[in-house]
Design a protein around this ligand. Structure first.
Ligand code: SF4
Length: 365
């Protein structure tokens, strides 16, 4: 694996469901233990692992292994798959996938095509406990953490869909250029399962996503940001949304526990590779965080942090207390940041017409 710093971490993979071990919950080293426990030679683990993560594989019989081994696995193990219950396509070609999990919980993933490249926005929890005021997922409340297999399963299900739609690439990995953990849930609140899912996705024996192509977004769970920086190499995104402590606390309850100063200190010590930056996401909310004074404050607070800032015009429905500033205000806000030396982009909403844009995922299925 490329991320050598990864500490030994154990996920409760056995079976939170009380059934057989789901092989798609296991990173390679745990799969090797499991396979050894069945009395099979070690090389079998790599072979099984590689085949488990091919799109379109839903059953042991599709793994291309001998009947004896298939029968052995079937006695003690399962391999779960996700199948979308709906796939909605936006006018801008963004696609939203809704999945019903085995206990009925709903999650969503969003596929964003752009210039021949594809980014998949992955969910890490059903619902979310963080309660950010501008976010529909937050309004749902927390349902449960996703297992590693349910996180990786979103990637496999979307790849399977892409292949069925005639998208061809030399290897499955090349179907998706980027994975961003910005869907439903706070990834760092499901830390161990996130880490296991990342290690599965990044393992060269399987899909082999490189660290450059994975971004984990957090609302600011500071201790877990330190853990992430120590345990694995991935890109970090921070949902910032205000550089003023009081305003941020009113928008994002997490700020009452981990305030701006602590959050930005964690950003400063986050281990970034060469030429790497932290992505700061900033939803533009009219009259709340969109003044030029807010832009100057943001520039001041981010001084010294290698940064890229994405300004996201608010795209919620009309029945909330929030609205979007006009385009001129957003441009003026961007100008302040650019003049202060920050790479700042205005990100147009993708998939707003199918409720697939940032903050709109509500798992309705
Ligand atoms: S913005 Fe992210 S962390 Fe906040 S409530 Fe929504 S899903 Fe949760």
């Amino acid at each position: 694996m490329k991320h050598k710093e990864q500490r030994a971490h154990r996920t409760d993979t056995g079976s939170p469901r009380g059934g057989p071990t789901d092989l798609r919950d296991l990173p390679l080293e745990r799969l090797a233990e499991f396979v050894a426990g069945l009395g099979l030679p070690g090389k079998r683990a790599k072979q099984i692992f590689a085949r488990l993560y091919r799109p379109g594989v839903f059953a042991f019989s599709q793994l291309g292994i001998s009947r004896e081994v298939t029968a052995l696995l079937a006695q003690d193990a399962a391999m779960s798959s996700l199948f979308p219950v709906t796939v909605e396509k936006s006018a801008d070609t963004t696609e939203k996938f809704a999945f019903r999990l085995e206990d009925g919980a709903m999650i969503e993933s969003v596929l964003i095509p752009e210039d021949g490249r594809h980014t998949l926005c992955v969910s890490s929890q059903a619902g979310c406990a963080m309660g950010c005021g501008f976010c529909l997922t937050g309004g749902l409340g927390f349902v449960r953490n996703l297992r590693p297999a349910e996180i990786v399963g979103q990637v496999l299900a979307v790849m399977t869909h892409m292949v069925a739609c005639g998208i061809e690439r030399a290897t499955p990995r090349e179907l998706l250029n980027n994975l961003v953990f910005m869907g439903m849930g706070e990834p760092l609140a499901n830390y161990d399962n996130l880490l296991t899912a990342l290690s599965i996705l990044m393992d060269d024996h399987g899909l082999g996503f490189s660290e450059r192509r994975i971004t984990v977004s957090t609302c600011g769970i500071v201790p877990r940001m330190d853990d992430l920086g120590r345990d694995i190499r991935v890109n970090l995104a921070v949902s910032l949304h205000s550089a003023d402590d009081a305003v941020r606390s009113s928008l994002m309850p997490v700020n009452r526990t981990h305030g701006l100063e602590a959050l930005l200190a964690a950003c400063r010590r986050y281990p970034l590779g060469k030429k790497k930056v932290i992505l700061f996401e900033y939803i533009m909310l009219k009259g709340i965080n969109d003044s030029l004074a807010d832009a100057h404050l943001l520039a001041e607070k981010l001084q010294g942090i290698p940064s890229r800032i994405n300004l996201l015009p608010y795209n919620g429905s009309g029945d909330t207390e929030f609205s979007c500033p006009d385009g001129a205000q957003t441009l003026a806000f961007q100008k302040v940041l650019r003049e202060a030396g920050f790479n700042t982009f205005i990100r147009q909403s993708r998939g707003a017409d199918i409720s697939a844009a940032c903050g709109q995922l509500a798992g309705k299925g």
